[in-house]
Design a protein. Structure first.
Ligand code: PLP
Length: 304
């Protein structure tokens, strides 16, 4: 019987299987404690984008969580290539995951006793905000109740599964008909949202938070593109007031690149439309996805 990989594939326990067949155990701390470090790299038109950067960040996250998965960057790269090739997906959301695992001594509460393990999975490309909405400008809710988990409680620089704050924020946003949410910290500064970084443009300078956020690879790409286009960039504190007073606001994510924002709560930007600077960066991002300098082509021939 031939397996159906149209919905995606997973590399788990040494084999590649359809994504619907991949599972981890119910006693895995990855599940019981959200104890996971992960990363997500986009595949666009048959190639990975900035793959070495994503793998390097993944291994930093794994190390900062004190996990050991015994995978070199080359070994991870090979597994991801084989998995995506087998799936046949040309545009994909590709996750690499390190889970704490299950204690080798049953019932142990000592994290050092856990058998850490690596797996990966891919599904068709995901836009965190649908392209149609992104191009009209996304509508953002800022929660006045739910704050981002403090950075000295859960390290946001290591991409992780502690999404309790984001999920509550998303409920608030969706209940009010906003597309997504941005969370502030306990001092009134902007942090990030569920899977994206935040930028404000004011008088030709692009500002994005430095502390308390994941340093997105797309965030880095945005800063590089902006400098290339002659804009000033600044990584530092960004207060919620400054966000409201910005000329333009936009988001960045591997799931959809640059996403212009038309509204934050009751504040409208660019006459309730996507701003021109954000739209230009969005177009440049999608062009960069096709730039051979950043691409790691997938050889689908091995499997198909
Ligand atoms: C993944 C993620 C981002 C965006 O990072 P990219 O590397 O650009 O995809 C931002 N914030 C959080 C919390 C994330 O999980």
């Amino acid at each position: 019987m031939t397996e159906d990989y149209s919905k995606g594939a997973a590399w788990i326990k040494g084999e590649i299987v359809p994504v619907s067949k991949a599972a981890i155990g119910v006693t895995d701390w990855g599940l019981t404690h959200s104890d996971i470090a992960y990363d997500v790299v986009p595949v666009w038109q048959g190639a990975f984008f900035r793959l070495p950067d994503y793998i390097a960040r993944f291994l930093e996250s794994v190390e900062s969580c004190r996990m050991s998965i015994e995978q070199s960057p080359d070994q991870i790269q090979l597994k991801l290539h084989d998995m995506v090739a087998k799936s046949g997906l040309r545009d994909a959301y590709v996750a690499m995951v390190a889970s704490r695992g299950t204690p080798i001594i049953p019932g142990s509460r000592d994290p050092r006793d856990c058998a850490n393990h690596f797996y990966a999975w891919c599904v068709p490309y995901i836009h965190v905000i649908k392209p149609k909405i992104a191009e009209a400008g996304a509508r953002i809710w800022i929660s006045s109740k739910i704050r981002r988990i403090p950075h000295d409680s859960v390290n946001p620089r290591a991409k992780n599964y502690h999404w309790g704050d984001f999920t509550q924020g998303l409920f608030e946003a969706r209940d009010r008909n906003f597309d997504t949410v941005i969370l502030e910290d306990h001092h009134g500064n902007v942090t990030e949202g569920p899977g994206f970084n935040v930028f404000a443009l004011k008088n030709g300078t692009i500002v994005t938070p430095l502390e308390g956020v994941l340093h997105g690879v797309t965030r880095r790409t945005v800063l590089e593109m902006a400098r290339e286009q002659g804009l000033e960039t600044l990584e530092g504190k960004l207060s919620v007031e400054e966000l409201f007073e910005a000329d333009e606001v936009f988001l960045s994510s591997s799931g959809g690149g640059v996403i212009p924002v038309s509204r934050i709560c009751d504040r409208h930007f660019s006459n309730d439309a996507a701003g021109p600077v954000a739209m230009k960066l969005r177009k440049t991002y999608f062009k960069l996805l096709e730039d051979p300098c950043y691409r790691n082509e997938i050889d689908y021939g091995t499997f198909n």
